[in-house]
Ligand binder design. Structure first.
Ligand SMILES: *[C@@H]1O[C@H](CO)[C@@H](O)[C@H](O)[C@H]1NC(C)=O
Ligand SMILES: *[C@@H]1O[C@H](CO)[C@@H](O)[C@H](O)[C@H]1NC(C)=O
Ligand SMILES: *[C@@H]1O[C@H](CO)[C@@H](O)[C@H](O)[C@H]1NC(C)=O
Length: 231
């Protein structure tokens, strides 16, 4: 048996065990899968999530070493479900934030709330960083292995500013940090759904949907995905 058909078989078995484990037990996803595309003009890899209430698509540049998800909250951030992280709360310590914005003197909005802990959202592409407050909002993502979309009602992220979007791809309003922190995207999805702390990234070198590396395999054809999984 060639190694590729062996892998096919292994994948099939794993899919079968997932679907049988699923029967009678709804909801908890076995993995989360994200679309990834390469912007041909900036060469940045971007992904898209849905966030806020009502849910809107939010395009983010992927930052493999980034500490957390941050978005521009200064412009166009509309939601009815934002909640700031109060100084010294559990979310602040999980995010290792020891700093507190006690009072914000502009109009109250996500990113300007009193008694909120702060972090330093950064954009490595423009070598820029600012202070931003930690908060949470609804997020919705696609579960892997044919599962449904799943929603987390209080997903921690940091509010950045419009100026921090400098040099990011067109339409991008923040960055998705995949680094080794407890508030990076992979950690948060593992925690929320009790998945193994394991994730993979398939970054195609082209922006087309060529899918050359693992093209035989339905889930790993590199057109391209970022996923976190229980396998
Ligand atoms: C923060 O508290 C100060 C003092 O009570 C108040 O003047 C200010 O409007 C508050 N800021 C926000 C954004 O609520
Ligand atoms: C994440 O949190 C766990 C448990 O709270 C802690 O043991 C661990 O050191 C933290 N990891 C990082 C990278 O902060
Ligand atoms: C790769 O996967 C995507 C999503 O499952 C699919 O739409 C596309 O046709 C696949 N491409 C190839 C070359 O198999």
């Amino acid at each position: 048996m060639s190694s590729s058909s062996f892998f096919h078989l292994a994948l099939l078995c794993c899919l079968l065990s997932v679907s049988s484990a699923k029967t009678g037990r709804p909801s908890r996803p076995k993995g989360i899968i994200f679309p990834v595309s390469k912007d041909p003009s900036t060469l940045q890899y971007t992904t898209e999530i849905k966030q806020r209430t009502p849910l809107v698509p939010v395009k983010l540049t992927i930052d493999l070493g980034g500490q957390f998800l941050w978005t521009d909250c200064e412009k166009g951030y509309t939601t009815s479900t934002y909640s700031p992280a109060r100084c010294k709360s559990t979310s602040c310590s999980l995010a290792k934030s020891g700093n507190c914005l006690t009072e914000c003197y502009s109009r109250a909005r996500p990113g300007c709330t009193n008694n909120t802990c702060t972090l330093f959202p950064d954009n490595a592409i423009a070598s820029a960083a600012t202070t931003g407050t930690l908060g949470s909002d609804v997020i919705s993502v696609q579960s892997a292995f044919g599962g449904a979309r799943v929603t987390i009602s209080q997903f921690p992220f940091v509010c950045g500013s419009t100026s921090l979007l400098d040099k990011l791809s067109s339409g991008v309003t923040g960055m998705a940090g995949l680094g080794r922190t407890n508030v990076s995207l992979p950690s948060q999805f593992s925690n929320a759904f009790n998945l193994k702390r394991k994730f993979g990234v398939c970054l195609s070198s082209t922006s087309s949907n060529g899918g050359y590396t693992f093209r035989k395999f339905r889930l790993f054809n590199c057109t391209t995905y970022l996923y976190t999984t229980s396998h």
